[in-house]
Design a protein around this ligand. Structure first.
Ligand code: CAA
Length: 379
């Protein structure tokens, strides 16, 4: 691991590592098998304040810098990527509030998360995936309320959140300038969860549809102004994609460590296979990909911490991380040979967990669109 952190952060990382080793790593295998949401693990993690990492100190959180958050998420993802994702995505909804909310909204919803609730960020719809502007969910103003109708899909924490940040059209005639962002509290009549996804990986995280059926919310739950929704969504994703890259690095790092341990113990042709240069080269390539991705994550985080633009760097970090995770986990399975393909060994889970990191929060193809758009403006 080669992030450069303060002594205080190192201590926190060590505590998180111990927690993950004792409470997550082994336990997550069963949740991977059943697809059950491991509430007891999340409850214990909250005792360690892992849900408060990104909440500024002025609102009662830990107020960690972005580099520290990335290191801790990497550590969490090494134990279980679904576990890390649950907390990371919970911060996404809150990021929109912290970015565009009023003082009252920031205070209220930071308190909600600190009290032990999760948040969900709901942009995606059945027909609005990569084309985020194609959102069909509507928000109709009626007096001092908005009435929401529509369906969001693939929503992380969708079935377990205490608050939802949702994007809906307040004026369809204006295209993406008619999209607005709202906060919806769990338990609001007309809000329900739909289909739960039976996923290939990250099975310890909750993913489901969120349905709005004449769901009436106070007008004060609008984030920013009417029409700000698309920008709020894009700016939120600009931040969160970096951390997706960081978690993907965690998956890749774990896969490499598992492969090294296996290659040291596996004897073929009279000696441990790690002595075979073919294996050494594979491991070296893994390390190159992991370290490159990690440094891109750190670079994007440092830019955020310094208040510099980071949209392009965040997209690069997400691409590098997701691609590294997929390549490294695949090569780890190759080193394990037939055993790698068996559920008895950890690496097949890592590959299943890794795949989504090339897909969600904007596919790696969309990240390239984002990067290209930045290049066009830069040069
Ligand atoms: N920051 C601020 N403004 C931005 C922006 C950004 N990062 N990106 C775009 N904008 C602005 C543009 O400046 C432009 O504004 P003007 O018209 O005033 O110039 C406006 O938004 C439109 O921009 P584009 O023309 O680039 O928009 P587009 O329709 O071509 O879409 C896209 C661009 C990058 C492809 C975008 O649609 C996108 O990111 N798609 C992927 C969506 C995604 O990541 N979805 C996953 C969500 S995660 C989820 O919902 C589930 C979960 O569990 C978390």
């Amino acid at each position: 691991m080669s992030y450069i952190c303060s002594e205080e952060t190192e201590e926190l990382i060590q505590a998180v590592r111990e927690f993950c080793d004792n409470e997550v790593r082994e336990q997550s295998k069963e949740y991977d098998r059943t697809g059950e949401w491991p509430k007891e693990i999340y409850d214990k993690a909250m005792e360690m304040q892992l849900h408060m990492m990104e909440i500024p100190e002025e609102y009662g959180g830990l107020g960690l810098d972005k580099v520290s958050v990335a290191v801790i998420l990497e550590e969490m993802a090494k134990a279980d990527a679904g576990f890390a994702l649950t907390f990371s995505v919970s911060s996404i909804g809150l990021k929109s509030v912290l970015m565009a909310g009023t003082e009252a909204q920031k205070k209220k919803y930071c308190d909600t998360i600190i009290s032990g609730q999760f948040s969900a960020f709901a942009l995606t719809e059945p027909q609005a995936g990569s084309d985020a502007a194609a959102v069909k969910t509507t928000a109709r103003k009626e007096g001092d309320t908005y009435v929401l109708n529509g369906r969001k899909t693939f929503i992380t924490n969708g079935g377990v959140a205490g608050i939802y940040v949702i994007m809906a059209m307040t004026d369809k005639t204006k295209g993406l300038k008619g999209m607005s962002a709202f906060i919806v509290e769990a338990g609001t009549p007309g809000l329900s969860t739909g289909k739960h996804e039976d996923k290939m990986g990250i099975r310890g995280s909750n993913t489901c549809d969120v349905v709005f059926d004449d769901c009436r919310i106070p007008a004060e739950n609008l984030l920013g102004k009417e029409g700000d929704g698309f920008k709020i969504a894009m700016q939120t994703l600009d931040i969160s994609r970096t951390f997706i890259g960081g978690m993907a690095v965690g998956i890749a790092q774990r896969a490499m460590e598992e492969a090294i341990a296996y290659a040291k113990g596996r004897v073929q042709f009279g000696e441990p296979i790690i002595k075979n240069p073919v294996i050494g080269f594979k491991l070296a390539d893994m390390e190159i990909q992991i370290e490159t991705a990690r440094q891109m994550v750190a670079h994007a985080c440092t830019r955020m911490d310094l208040g510099l633009p980071y949209g392009k760097e965040s997209a690069i970090a997400k691409c590098c991380g997701g691609d590294a995770a997929m390549k490294v986990t695949s090569e780890a399975i190759q080193i394990f040979g037939g055993y790698g393909y068996s559920r008895e060994y950890p690496v097949e889970k890592l590959m299943r967990d890794a795949k989504i990191y090339q897909i969600f929060e904007g596919t790696n193809e969309i990240q390239r669109v984002v990067i290209a758009n930045h290049l066009i403006k830069e040069y």
